[in-house]
Design a protein around this ligand. Structure first.
Ligand code: ZN
Ligand code: ZN
Length: 393
């Protein structure tokens, strides 16, 4: 089976590099992936794979092998792009001004389409069912994964495991990396308005200065991370925007703050929200101000089931050799794949795309992000290999 998959991945590599070029040149923002969705649907029709459309632009395909009920595996790819203006000088450069596949979701979609073609072609050789999940809106709350789950993507049939890959510009092409347990953080957005009383800057006693209050608040909030959180528990609280006032001699009425709160542990995450609310409200009130505080709850942390991760890692070693499989570090970035791992055992792993000799080293979410496209053959083959062989319950 492995040899058959490798042969087909190699045979179809050039075709799917073209698929990636098409997707890369035609990026669409989160929840607006209409053409991308149609393109995926057309490809599945071409391969004669049945599918359903969910969450407007999501596409969920189903491939049944022999004994379809014997094991059900879900493979997931995201498909949205970012509001970034591409700076790469390539023939398949983004044709949409200010929109770019800078997170490699074009690559993820390509890998899953390629795997779908192979799995479908070999469906008399493997047992079980593979669910193909092409999801919208990974880059933006509420996360396409949460919408698909609400629309029943993990039911009828219910997969017993789910896999997702992500391009990794820090990992050499030809390699993959894995990690068990908590691998990515939850991400919640903070929106705070500190309200005071504006007036002449020469008469601070007649004002309630929201600039000073907000400054104290920013410093104090860091105590939640440094004094309330267990130092062994990764967490980040960053205030990333401070807006208020416009000139030297006026104390403004209010200051607006924005920020992000990230955590690995779900229990601590919600305890921290309470601490943030309490500290912010009491501190601002004690200084005479008032506060509007919104914590927009975003993606949960991504948890890689230990034994599923071990199994996937072994599959990768079989596929590309043990020397090409590495342990990856945990990150405080977020991924809506976390919604799936809250529901069923999942494994989110990294696909190496870096090639220092060719100068392909830019990070994701940068205008010069790109990949060494030989990674596509590896990604296609690995997804097909997982889909056809993982037996986990
Ligand atoms: Zn991204
Ligand atoms: Zn991404």
């Amino acid at each position: 089976m492995l040899q058959k998959i490798k042969a087909l991945a190699s045979q179809y590599a050039a075709e799917f590099v073209e698929v990636r070029h098409h997707l890369h040149a035609n990026p669409e923002l989160s929840y607006q992936e209409f053409e991308t969705s149609r393109f995926i649907q057309d490809k599945l029709k071409e391969f004669a794979i049945p599918f359903e459309v969910k969450a407007t632009t999501g596409v969920v395909g189903l491939i049944e092998g022999k004994k379809p009920g014997s094991r059900i595996v879900a493979l997931r790819a995201d498909m949205d792009a970012l509001p970034i203006k591409e700076e790469n000088d390539i023939v398949y450069k983004s044709r949409k001004e200010g929109v770019m596949h800078a997170c490699g979701h074009d690559v993820h979609t390509t890998c899953l389409l390629g795997a779908a073609k192979i799995l479908n072609e070999l469906k008399t050789d493997w047992e079980g069912t593979v669910k193909l999940i092409f999801q919208p809106g990974e880059e933006k709350n509420p996360g396409g994964a949460s919408l698909l789950i609400k629309e029943g993507v993990l039911e009828k049939p219910e997969p017993s495991s789910i896999f997702g890959l992500h391009v990794h510009p820090g990992l050499a092409v030809g390699k993959m990396s894995f990690r068990a347990g908590k691998v990515m953080a939850s991400a919640d957005e903070l929106y705070i308005t500190v309200k005071g009383k504006g007036g002449h800057a020469a008469s601070p006693h007649a004002c309630i200065d929201p600039i000073l209050i907000a400054s104290h608040l920013i410093v104090s909030l860091q105590q939640i991370v440094s004094r309330n959180n267990n130092p062994h528990n990764p967490t980040v609280l960053s205030i990333t925007s401070f807006q208020g006032g416009s000139t030297t001699n006026v104390i403004p009425n209010e200051v607006k703050l924005k920020g992000t709160f990230r955590a690995m542990d779900e229990e601590w995450r919600f305890k921290a929200h309470d601490l943030i609310r309490k500290m912010a409200t009491e501190l601002v009130n004690s200084m005479g101000g008032e506060i509007d505080l919104l914590i927009d709850v975003g993606y949960p942390s991504v948890y890689n089931n230990e034994s599923l991760n071990e199994l996937a890692r072994k599959k990768a070693e079989e596929f590309i050799g043990a020397k090409n499989v590495e342990e990856t570090e945990a990150r405080m970035g977020a991924e809506d794949f976390g919604y799936y791992t809250q529901e069923i055992p999942g494994c989110f792993f990294r696909l190496g795309v870096m090639n220092t000799k060719k100068g392909i080293t830019s990070g994701v979410h940068t205008p010069t992000f790109n990949i060494d496209e030989s990674a596509i053959e590896t990604g296609i083959g690995m997804m097909a290999w997982l889909g056809s062989s993982v037996n986990f319950s």
